[in-house]
Design a protein around this ligand. Structure first.
Ligand code: 4NP
Length: 149
């Protein structure tokens, strides 16, 4: 379960990129994404994010949905994009959920902490988000294949 604020930029991208990579690697996983806020529920992903993904060969086909506390029970890995998303998630988490929650960039081989919110910035922000998410999802898929997560 990939998590961001609006569920229209970063987490639907991570969802689509990861789902494609996992399918190519033959991993049997169920992937979802959600947002901590409800402003965009039911909307398709941001057109700028969809365009950036499409130019790199990935189709985002998701309608925004809000995080539900039961997601913490139902998913094995909960992956917030930034520290604010993580803090919000942890307000709902019981002790047994804590080990499931990991920032996306824990898998970024180039380091870094947060996937920056591209919503208010220019087009280059969406390219940066794509690069970070692609590297991080690749490493996550590799870890899953090795049984490391
Ligand atoms: P996301 O980006 O969390 O990556 O989906 C955002 C989208 C919308 C808003 C904030 C962040 N917003 O404030 O509406």
């Amino acid at each position: 379960m990939f998590v961001c604020l609006g569920n229209i930029c970063r987490s639907p991208l991570a969802h689509a990129v990861f789902e494609d990579m996992a399918a190519r690697e033959g991993l049997d996983v169920f992937t979802e994404s959600c947002g901590m806020g409800a402003w965009h529920v039911g909307e398709p992903a941001d057109a700028r994010m969809r365009r950036t993904a499409k130019d790199r060969g990935v189709t985002i086909n998701h309608y925004a949905r809000r995080f539900e506390p039961s997601d913490l029970d139902e998913y094995d890995l909960i992956i917030p994009m930034d520290r604010s998303n993580m803090k919000d998630l942890k307000r709902y988490a019981r002790p047994e959920h804590m080990d499931k929650i990991h920032l996306m960039r824990e898998w970024d081989p180039e380091g870094g902490t947060e996937v920056p919110d591209p919503w208010y910035g220019g087009p280059e922000g969406f390219e940066t988000v794509y690069d970070i998410v692609e590297r991080s999802c690749r490493a996550l898929v590799d870890d899953l294949k090795k049984g490391k997560v």
